[in-house]
Write a protein that binds this ligand. Structure first.
Ligand code: IMP
Length: 427
């Protein structure tokens, strides 16, 4: 079987959770490799909605291993709450493994994030305030606290002291070492059974030819290196992050899939060339329930951006695309698709790499016929309205990548395989 990476091809919230859940049917393990509880992956089963923030979206299939790799930053309180909330709904996550090297979000990280966002003023990023960015800062500064440190009082106490001294001297923050130490040792006790060397576990799975699904969080345009910096998250949300965030080598990956919405959304601040700032944008937001799964914030909505897709194909090496939320555009008489940008009178097809260029980029649109409202009933490609098929062809042509699946509604089984080889990924 294959090892597949699934990443967001836009600015996050593309519907990765439900694709992961569907692909997990044939996988042996589902692995998160970056981000933390800033993510919110939604899966709907028989009308019941589950939102995963930290635990991999494979958790609804109890026989699968759910792995949180070294690239994830984990808030122990949130993880325990998530486990408890699943338990209260009758779901036991018995196969969870948390990397001993995953960094831990501490109470001061949220406070630091608040302070930093306030200091940025009108240039604030609009972060999720989950402490994710500051935890990655500590990781890069080589003073971070890792999951295994929660299991050793001396190590935790020493590291905590260093961190508290640092943040007190740089931000004036005062926290009680004793209070945090006690609380986090308690978390350590509760999480001990999950904390392991996940790189070794993944290595064993690879050796046994098991199928591994790597679940990306956020989206390519939020990647700290390849996204719209500085309006990005603080981890590598592109496919490369799956290797560094788990300890698996690139030669062990068979396929990289991107997930994109049939339109574009973005939460928080930052460039968004195809944003629709009128009643059509409002309509899409309402119909698509475009409110953050983690923060509840209204998402900005816009037309499908082909330049962004082309870029996501490039920086992830996408083999195929899953297109979601087509049903939301149903009923609109005209649909626009951005094929290029106009920059200082010139037409450009490649995503510019600098922030000062984005501000001057205007989308070049092609207007296409819309389709009726009842698309979600389609069970075969031939049942899809011709205008929708043309829209899909256009997306494939712009991205130079095949669409493998369409997601026509939020329900688990409403995925339409567009090719024979895509169907084989599910069954
Ligand atoms: P942070 O990841 O909380 O630091 O937020 C940085 C940026 O990434 C902000 O614009 C957030 O709105 C955005 N962001 C973080 N996580 C997600 C996500 O899961 N979906 C969409 N946007 C996200």
């Amino acid at each position: 079987m294959q090892n597949i990476i699934v990443v967001g091809a836009q600015w996050g919230d593309e519907g990765k959770g439900r694709i992961i859940d569907a692909l997990a049917r044939k996988a042996d393990a589902v692995v998160r490799f970056q981000g933390g509880s800033n993510a919110g992956h939604t899966v709907v089963v028989n009308g019941e909605k589950f939102v995963f923030h930290l635990i991999p979206s494979g958790a609804l299939r109890p026989e699968k291993k759910c792995i949180m790799g070294n690239g994830v930053v984990v808030d122990p309180k949130e993880l325990l709450n998530e486990l408890e909330s699943l338990h209260s709904r009758g779901i036991e996550v018995n196969n969870l493994c948390l990397s001993s090297n995953a960094h831990v979000i501490m109470p001061y990280h949220q406070k630091i994030e608040e302070i930093e966002e306030e200091q940025r003023g009108k240039n604030r990023i609009g972060t999720t305030r989950k402490g994710v960015g500051p935890a990655y800062q500590d990781k890069a500064a080589r003073r971070g606290i890792r999951a295994a440190d929660l299991l050793d009082k001396n190590t935790l106490s020493n590291k905590l002291r260093i961190n508290l001294e640092f943040w007190e001297s740089s931000c004036g923050l005062k926290f009680s070492l004793e209070g945090i130490l006690k609380q986090y040792l308690e978390y350590g006790k509760k999480l001990e059974k999950y904390i392991v060397d996940t790189s070794l576990i993944i290595h064993e799975l690879v050796k046994e030819n098991k199928a591994i699904l790597f679940e990306g969080a956020q989206g390519s345009l939020l990647d700290v290196d390849h996204g719209t910096y500085p309006f990005v998250t603080s981890s590598n949300a592109t496919a490369g992050g799956a290797c560094t965030g788990t300890g698996v080598g690139p030669t062990r990956i068979d396929k990289v899939l991107g997930v994109a919405k049939a339109y574009t959304t973005r939460v928080g601040k930052g460039p968004f060339p195809t944003e629709i700032k009128n009643e059509v944008g409002e309509l899409i937001r309402k119909r698509g329930q475009e409110y953050g799964a983690t923060t509840g914030r209204a998402r900005r909505c816009g037309w499908f951006d082909g330049v962004v897709l082309r870029y996501a194909v490039r920086v992830n090496g996408l083999d195929g695309l899953v297109l979601t939320k087509l049903d939301i555009l149903g009923g609109l008489s005209k649909i626009k698709i951005c094929t290029a940008y106009r920059y200082r009178g010139k037409i450009i097809e490649d995503f510019p790499s600098q922030a000062y260029h984005w501000q001057e980029c205007e989308p070049v649109y092609e207007e296409m016929e819309g389709w009726e409202d009842d698309t979600f009933k389609a069970r075969r490609i031939e049942d899809l309205p011709l205008s929708l098929q043309k829209y899909l062809n256009k997306i494939e042509e712009i991205g130079g990548v095949p669409i493998l699946f369409l997601s026509l509604s939020a329900e688990r089984d409403n995925l339409l395989a567009m090719r024979q080889d895509s169907a084989s990924l599910l069954a």
